[in-house]
Ligand binder design. Structure first.
Ligand code: MSP
Length: 645
């Protein structure tokens, strides 16, 4: 038996009703990056993904396509697998809920929970969204009978069903959440779920009779098991029911279920209660991430804005797409995608910051030192600061990676890349060369190489294709000992090595050449829209000193609720340094309070306080407004308290 620490991570299992899109790619890249990172840190890892193949939605979609469900999903699953291969997703197992071992395990658990009296037969009468495969109450669907999650019409469902006694477990769940503060992350989602359960839990309908594409209830085959009850069990059956059970012994329970915010309720309420009922250990953490939005809008087939990740990878390279996704999505927040944003990110971070650092370094080593990395000696006054930052970076980066704050981890790592670029400007190796300062020159070039080596190791879980190309250029392809996390001690790079300068790793993208036809939601859609619309007249000229009177700061929403008996007002509790501010804003018709928790917004922090409805409001939140539409201005990736200048 190995005494290595273990790490079990899962993505949701995707519905193979449509081909994979960039949103699916986000979760899977995040899980893959995290797995690679943990592996690099010496963990024994297990990474599970797969497909959720039963239920009414799949059955209907297959019928529309004139196919049997299994035949229908087989084709789509082949596309998912092809994408994962293309994106260098190195999963350990791809589970299909139609796999025999899963179906058997699912029936066994259903039977077990039934035998102990937690599943009973009754009749369900209520609303159902087939697209989300979710039951809703009258109150939730409103007068228009629209799904509160996806906005599609819901259907009235009235049929005999088995029910799972969720209500019985509410108190135990609340106690568990209280004792395990890190189980639901981020915290804003945790609070949302606690509020939900505190309002009382209904028993859950866990079988259907009006269609047959599902796993039969073992003791009543007129019923098939509700697709979510079936699907959640995948995380368990993939380990427990395959092989000799040793996978289960080694990896259960999961360290993290990575899921999108739309399915957090299933994973943090239904799933743990199922496990409590089955007397199984609960996962350690469910991390709910935001959505990849397309030009600030939800992706949907009917809007025609679904982005095909195959095309993106072909055009920009897998490493760049993986980097973009992991850098752009702030912890627990949504991120915006359009092709121009992608290209700007690639140009700035990869072509300019990282790529230039490498090409300038190898270029100067070629030019000034005949292509050899010389040994460092007496250096310059600029060295120490760079070396101190590089020495501190592995711990700083690891702390954020361990918390799964990937965007922050990359932003932190790039402070070292940027420092190294500044170091080149300050130390000016070209001047040292001219002045014949050979030793100083060798030191500066060595330090640059060492920073590149260390950054490349740290970023390798996110861009797994990158290191091979960089090691080739630095002449250390065969020195595997220099590619590991453990080699991240300053000065590990040997001298006397011949470099092999290659092509730029990330060529700059010409923003004007981005073609909207090729991949939906490229920049020209935006451009066309902006250029043809008239805007309100610009206000009279002002002085910079007028602007400077305003103290604009980045704040974080800690709490948000509607002000009773008003239509428009939301009351915010905002974090600003050590201070917690109360601010009112008349934007209730544009936002649900729970969607704002955790967001970073911009506050006019020195506005004279005003008392509205008896509440003192200290400041004003910035938002953009046009033609009755409104959007708060966000600043997701800067520290709280940052000044807007
Ligand atoms: N089959 C269920 C999951 C069962 S897990 C036991 C399901 N499938 S799904 O294919 O509809 O969605 C899978 C995941 O993709 C969800 O976590 C969802 O949040 C995520 N995404 C779908 N669209 C997304 C974006 N636009 N952006 C980011 N993730 C999104 O739900």
């Amino acid at each position: 038996m190995s005494d290595k620490k273990t790490f079990y991570i899962t993505t949701p299992i995707y519905y193979p009703s449509d081909n994979p899109h960039i949103g699916h790619a986000y979760t899977t890249v995040a899980a893959d990056s995290m797995t690679r990172y943990k592996k690099m840190r010496g963990f024994d890892t297990y990474f599970l993904t797969g497909s959720d193949e039963h239920g009414q939605k799949i059955q209907r979609r297959a019928a529309e396509a004139g196919k049997q469900p299994k035949e229908f999903v087989d084709e789509i699953i082949a596309n998912f697998k092809a994408l994962w291969e293309k994106m260098e997703i190195d999963y350990d197992h791809f589970i299909r809920t139609t796999d025999d071992y899963h179906m058997k395990t699912c029936q066994e658990l259903f039977q077990k929970i039934y035998d102990q009296g937690d599943i009973y037969k009754s009749e369900y009468s209520g609303w159902y969204c087939t697209s989300c495969e979710t039951f809703f109450t009258e109150l939730q669907v409103g007068e228009e009978h629209i799904c509160p999650d996806c906005g599609k019409p819901v259907e009235m469902m009235k049929e005999e069903s088995y029910f799972f006694k969720m209500s019985k477990y509410a108190d135990r769940w609340l106690k568990f959440i209280e004792e395990n503060p890190d189980f639901i992350r981020p915290e804003s989602r945790r609070n949302e779920m606690i509020n939900f359960v505190k309002q009382g839990l209904d028993d859950l309908c866990v079988s259907r009779t009006t269609f047959d594409w599902g796993i039969p209830v073992p003791f009543d085959n007129k019923h098939v098991i509700y697709v979510w009850f079936d699907a959640l069990i995948n995380y368990y059956s993939a380990l427990k029911a395959r092989g000799d059970g040793s996978l289960y012994d080694k990896f259960w329970p999961a360290d993290v279920h990575l899921v999108g915010k739309d399915i957090i309720r299933f994973h943090t309420i239904i799933w743990p209660i199922m496990l409590m009922a089955a007397d199984l250990p609960l996962p350690k953490c469910v991390l709910g991430h935001g959505w990849v939005l397309i030009n600030s809008d939800k992706m949907s087939k009917s809007k025609g804005n679904v982005v095909d990740p195959f095309k993106l990878c072909d055009k920009y390279g897998v490493d760049a797409i993986r980097y973009f996704l992991m850098r752009e999505m702030g912890y627990g927040l949504d991120c915006n995608y359009n092709e121009e944003l992608l290209a700007v990110r690639i140009n700035n971070d990869l072509a300019n910051d990282y790529g230039n650092l490498l090409s300038r370094t190898t270029g100067m080593i070629n030019k000034f030192q005949k292509g050899i990395i010389d040994a460092p000696g007496a250096g310059t006054e600029y060295d120490q600061e760079l070396i101190d930052l590089a020495r501190a970076m592995p711990d700083r980066y690891a702390a954020l990676m361990d918390k799964m704050e990937w965007a922050n981890a990359l932003a932190e790592l790039w402070t070292l890349v940027n420092k190294a670029n500044k170091y080149i400007e300050d130390a000016a190796p070209w001047a040292l060369n001219k002045a014949g300062e050979k030793e100083k020159l060798a030191t500066v070039l060595y330090n640059m190489v060492e920073v590149i080596r260390q950054v490349t190791i740290m970023v390798s879980p996110i861009m797994p294709g990158l290191p091979t190309r960089v090691w080739q250029q630095l002449g250390i392809s065969d020195r595997e000992d220099l590619h590991t996390w453990d080699s991240l001690t300053w000065g590990g790079m040997p001298s006397g090595i011949a470099i092999d300068r290659g092509e730029p790793l990330f060529p700059r993208i010409d923003l004007d050449a981005i073609d909207a036809e090729e991949i939906p939601s490229a920049k020209s859609d935006v451009k066309a829209q902006v250029e043809t619309e008239s805007i309100a007249p610009i206000a009279p000229e002002c002085m910079i000193s007028d602007f400077e009177k305003l103290d604009l700061r980045v704040v974080k929403v800690m709490e948000c609720e509607k002000v009773p008996k008003t239509d428009k007002l939301l009351k915010f509790k905002l974090q600003l340094g050590t201070e917690e501010r109360t601010v009112l804003s008349g934007i209730a018709q544009f936002y649900s309070p729970e969607d704002l928790i955790g967001k970073q917004l911009i506050l006019i922090a020195n506005l004279k306080p005003a008392v509205i409805r008896g509440i003192e409001s200290k400041g004003m939140l910035l938002s953009a407004e046009k033609d009755g539409k409104l959007q708060l201005v966000e600043c997701p990736n800067m520290p709280i308290g940052s000044r807007i200048v």
